[in-house]
Design a protein. Structure first.
Lengths: 266, 258
């Protein structure tokens, strides 16, 4: 099992379960090393003290906040913990809400919670919490302090385990009011346009099947690497011109529908 | 209006919707610098060539894919960009899915969409049609030389573009090796837990959810700037073994007295 990113406890009423936080996403990206072009020697990143102009070991590095007047205020790990000692160690479930009420714009990073206690009572409490949420759309909301910041945490049952997704604070989502969207009355579609568009959407609707959706970028990047390895030259593809919006929207919709309804050419 | 970070075109069949992409989320947590503890000198990161032991400017850096010890396939940044794909300004919706089928674990970063030049009518049409049948469009989006899977969905009066994770990036529950209790929760424990959940059930109210930590952390920093020493917490007690039924009962009792 992967190394825990945080450990502490999950509390629900007076029930407290020791838990560890494990990443629920793994990095599948191709990783590159930085090389120095003339000699293709690997590049090393060195942390250098700007006062002394010399490399410093990791243990001598601390964090500091820059005040508006430029003064640096250092903050130690112990001091960080003093800010919110309880939330640094405990995710307290404050309420249960319906999952559908939570705007997906708020979703940040997914994790799993795994029980870290040995005793049967806390293992059963973990199972109990997963069971009461499983099969419902109910999720738990709490808070978690990790790496010098507080996160809203959404805890829910997923595939028999408790998953935790950090949420952005609502004030981190910009108001959409000033984005020119679909409000203008002048652009209200006709019933005919709306029916045709819904018909196109229906014709193109399938089930959500995440296993069928592959990372094509990762696959292409692998091909670029293997072609280069074989000594081929790689040139960026020609970038096509974007199509212009149709003069007659209804005609474009009808042509699309006709295409979708025509018997397959294959 | 937040500046647009991308101009492009969404297509559904032959219907063309010029759009602009705007960032929707911003990080508001407190940021720190790295400093060298003894002299509070700021830490700077330097790229150093390991062969010549000299600092190297960004322009002289190429990317190497390791294929053996000290053996790399060398790619320029342009060659890596070649993998991004051709239609860089085109977001073609190829498929729609019922919105409720998508597990939110797949949602990554969200962006607002606005109508591009001449795009107001088709934007509104796509918005209203998606809202009417509660569907989400799936497409590919090339942004900063990388292709993303994106969902185009309704968000109030707007369309939102949200990058999606791929299924093979998600960690399988099986790999966690979850320990099982020696006996399953009893009916009584399940019933009590259900009542406790009911007691704590409420609407999702974003306005009440503020980052209190941010303010407290700034309070501590400002106190230190004035030369005050912060109070440090005591070490926590080791948690005792849990008597689950008793804790549930006590929680319900506490709730009833409120």
């Amino acid at each position: 099992m992967a190394r825990p990113l945080w450990s502490g406890s999950l509390s629900f009423g007076l029930v407290t379960v020791p838990v560890a936080l494990i990443a629920a996403v793994r990095d599948r990206d191709l990783h590159f090393h930085q090389l120095h072009a003339p000699d293709n020697a690997p590049i090393e990143i060195r942390r250098v003290c700007s006062q002394e102009d010399r490399e410093v070991p990791f243990e001598e590095i601390t964090r500091a906040y820059e005040m508006p007047d430029g003064r640096l205020i250092t903050v130690s790990d112990e001091e960080l913990e003093a800010v919110e000692p309880r939330r640094t160690r405990t995710i307290e479930i404050e309420r249960f809400v319906e999952l559908a009420e939570v705007d997906p714009l708020l979703f940040d990073h997914p994790y799993f919670l795994v029980p870290s206690g040995e005793d049967d009572g806390s293992l059963r409490a973990y199972r109990l919490l997963a069971e009461v949420m499983a099969g419902t759309e109910r999720v738990a909301l709490g808070r978690l302090v990790m790496r010098a910041r507080e996160h809203l945490a959404l805890v829910r049952a997923r595939e028999g385990a408790l998953s935790l997704t950090t949420l952005r604070f609502p004030d981190e989502v910009r108001p959409g009011d000033d984005v020119a969207g679909a409000r203008h009355r002048a652009h209200q579609p006709t019933a005919e346009q709306l029916d045709a568009t819904v018909a196109i959407i229906e014709a193109l609707t399938g089930d959500w099947d995440p296993d069928s959706l592959h990372d094509r970028y990762r696959a292409r990047l692998k091909r670029v690497v293997s072609r280069k390895r074989d000594g081929e030259t790689v040139t960026p593809p020609h970038r096509g011109k974007a199509p212009e919006p149709a003069e007659d929207l209804m005609a474009a919709l009808e042509a699309t529908l006709a295409d979708l309804r025509a018997p397959s050419q294959q | 209006v937040p500046r647009s970070i991308f101009n492009g075109t969404i297509t559904v069949g032959l219907a063309v919707v010029p759009i602009k992409v705007h960032s929707a989320v911003e990080d508001r947590s407190v940021h720190f610098h790295q400093v060298h503890a003894p002299d509070e000198g700021q830490i700077v990161q330097r790229r150093v060539c390991t062969a010549q032991d000299i600092e190297v400017p960004y322009e002289e850096i190429v990317m190497g894919y390791a294929v053996g010890a000290d053996e790399y396939v060398v790619l320029t940044k342009d060659e890596i960009a070649a993998a991004a794909g051709a239609h860089s300004h085109l977001i073609e919706i190829e498929q729609f899915v019922p919105a409720a089928e998508i597990d939110p674990v797949f949602y990554e970063r969200g962006y607002y969409l606005s109508a591009g030049d001449g795009g107001e009518a088709p934007y509104r049409l796509l918005h209203d049609a998606l809202a009417r049948c509660d569907r989400v469009g799936l497409a590919r989006w090339v942004f900063h030389n990388r292709e993303y899977l994106v969902a185009v969905r309704v968000h109030g009066e707007l369309l939102v573009l949200q990058t999606m994770r791929f299924a093979d990036e998600l960690v399988a529950v099986d790999s966690l090796g979850l320990p099982e209790p020696s006996r399953a929760p009893s009916d009584r424990e399940i019933e009590m837990a259900g009542r406790l959940v009911d007691a704590l059930q409420g609407p999702f109210e974003p306005s009440g959810l503020t980052d209190t930590y941010r303010d407290r952390l700034m309070g501590l920093i400002e106190a230190k700037a004035r030369g005050e020493a912060p109070d440090l917490p005591e070490a926590p007690d080791e948690p005792a073994e849990l008597d689950l039924a008793a804790a549930l009962e006590a929680s319900l009792g506490r709730g009833a007295k409120r």
